[in-house]
Design a protein around this ligand. Sequence first.
Ligand SMILES: C[S@@+](CC[C@H](N)C(=O)[O-])C[C@H]1O[C@@H](n2cnc3c(N)ncnc32)[C@H](O)[C@@H]1O
Length: 271
Amino acid sequence: MCPSGIIAWVPGIYDEPEFYEAACAYRDVPTEVDALLRWAGRHREPDSGPPCSVLELAAGPAEHARELARRGLEATALDLSAAMCARAGDLAEAAGASLTVVQADMRDFSIPRQFDLAITMLNSLCHLLTLDDLLGHLACVARHLPRGGLYIAELAHPADFFSAERRTSSEWSSEVNGGTVSVRWGGGKDEIDPVTQVTREHVSVTYRRRGGSVRTVTDVVPNRFWTATELTAALRLAGGFAVAASYGDFEADSPVDAADAWRMILVLRRQ
Ligand SMILES: C[S@@+](CC[C@H](N)C(=O)[O-])C[C@H]1O[C@@H](n2cnc3c(N)ncnc32)[C@H](O)[C@@H]1O
């Protein structure tokens, strides 16, 4: 049982890592990793040098941890899903990257070491459904960072929920190695619960492989929307972190309140 008393399992699309990867193939992981290392260089304490170790939380197939391992960092990936953990290990092995994989709950985990940098990518904090979940998570991450260590968390931009026009699309198609993938992730008639701020997002991923086979995976994934001010309040309540910076994208280092910002990326420094 997890701290909030909710059974810690998000079934469906995360049991199908290849479908998940194909759905997320639109990302430019090396560019995102460039940004993570640029921000780490900018916001770590002046004498501490570049980070040597990284912990990716809710890592899924661990594309960022794998890329960081490829660039020489000692990398660990943590995820709740056994299928995702297996996939992360297989992909790292195939790439010749050294990656430690831990199957655990990001709300309550213990790894017997600390890391220079922790990261959570692609709004995976949306799986923390309650304030207790978020506080448990922040306390765990803090225990795994030394003073001056950084935690970089990428969340959805609040404009996706508060503005008349979303800044990200909930439907897209991509060409992937083995064919074409068409994705719907939320949007449409999915409505945010005005009290819990949780949306039951309907997910559908159709993979048309070259050679003719077509398969669709569907799921309903609970997604908690965290506002910027809630995060600030939770960080104060949890203690242990200061906000070193926030960014609205990976390429231009735009501020999170820029008109074209489309992500909410927090750089937190362990106090
Ligand atoms: C949207 S995916 C993101 C994966 C990865 N961060 C990426 O950028 O591709 C969310 C991941 O969170 C994992 N997850 C959900 N709840 C979790 C929890 N309580 N603890 C650890 N991982 C969790 C899922 O298994 C899934 O792999």
